[in-house]
Design a protein around this ligand. Sequence first.
Ligand code: NDP
Ligand code: X2W
Length: 303
Amino acid sequence: MPTRVFIDGEAGTTGLQIRERLSAREDITLISLDESRRKDTGARREAFDQADFGILCLPDEAARAALSLAGDTRLIDASTAHRVADGWVYGMPELPGQRERIRDAARVANVGCYATGAIALIRPLIEAEVIRPDYAATLTGVSGYTGGGKALIAEYEAGSAPDYFLYATGQTHKHLPEIMAHGGLTRRPLFQPAVGAYAQGMIVQLHLHADLLPGAVRGHARVEAALRAFYAGDPFVTVRTAGERIDPQELNGTNRMALSVQGDGTGRVTAVAVLDNLGKGASGTAVQNLNLMMGVDETEGLT
Ligand SMILES: NC(=O)C1=CN([C@@H]2O[C@H](COP(=O)(O)OP(=O)(O)OC[C@H]3O[C@@H](n4cnc5c(N)ncnc54)[C@H](OP(=O)(O)O)[C@@H]3O)[C@@H](O)[C@H]2O)C=CC1
Ligand SMILES: CC(=O)N[C@@H](CCC(=O)OP(=O)(O)O)C(=O)O
């Protein structure tokens, strides 16, 4: 019998992408609510009740409220609401031991889009002791406008948004708590994100003065070696040679993430992650987590 999945918020940006990835699967039946009932509490409760898995693709407040409707149904939450909350397993399969935890979990909080790139770069460096937990990390990022959900998409479609803008300039970005908790940092990093006038795809950069790092071997090669060792054999994350141009849209539509280490070969290093904010950064990882929870191959239905 196919596994029954209810996507709460399936009409939204992330929900639609997850539905697209699951609708062709023979091992999954989607439970769907029509437009007139998709926000109806009774209908949603009934849908959760019938489902083996619920995937929350809702704003944070609505995701918290949905818990009272979900009963014992196993959940994946795509929002920011539960990423550092007790009782939730963090849905980033690449972290050590995390695949096993996700497999057995009742509640999985899907990793955030910028956080995917940031943690992917930071955690291997902590594990390899290239940087210490109290390292003063500096991160920058640029995302396509779909990262802002329906509201920002509407601004771009109306032609009323700028070609490029910085935001969260007060160092309050909502991904900072999960980047610290799951990246392994005790000191809050600096993080400056931006939005560009294109729909989807993102770059996250970690800037390092590697000549100031502890240890005998410093610099570029050490950072790259730590990343290569951490992701050896990973089905979706690759570490590649630095290139001249880095295109945030290169991996759109996929669950892949490409990491590279740029710099002048001495001490000034920028480690770079490229991913699709709606793919690896949201719906792709949600499906990867669902596969793990279902006990099927984690790459099922993903490219
Ligand atoms: N966009 C992205 O790149 C990423 C988004 N996410 C997360 O996914 C979640 C959804 O984001 P996103 O898809 O971008 O947002 P959207 O605004 O595109 O979609 C949210 C959907 O939830 C619906 N909704 C809101 N309140 C309720 C409710 N009470 N009951 C049922 N449905 C409700 C909305 O309905 P209506 O259409 O009527 O407004 C909308 O369809 C967020 O928490 C976001 O942080 C995660 C990773 C990346
Ligand atoms: C461009 C843009 O606005 N991006 C959003 C992050 C996307 C998102 O909602 O991400 P998570 O659900 O992964 O937290 C932001 O910076 O708040």
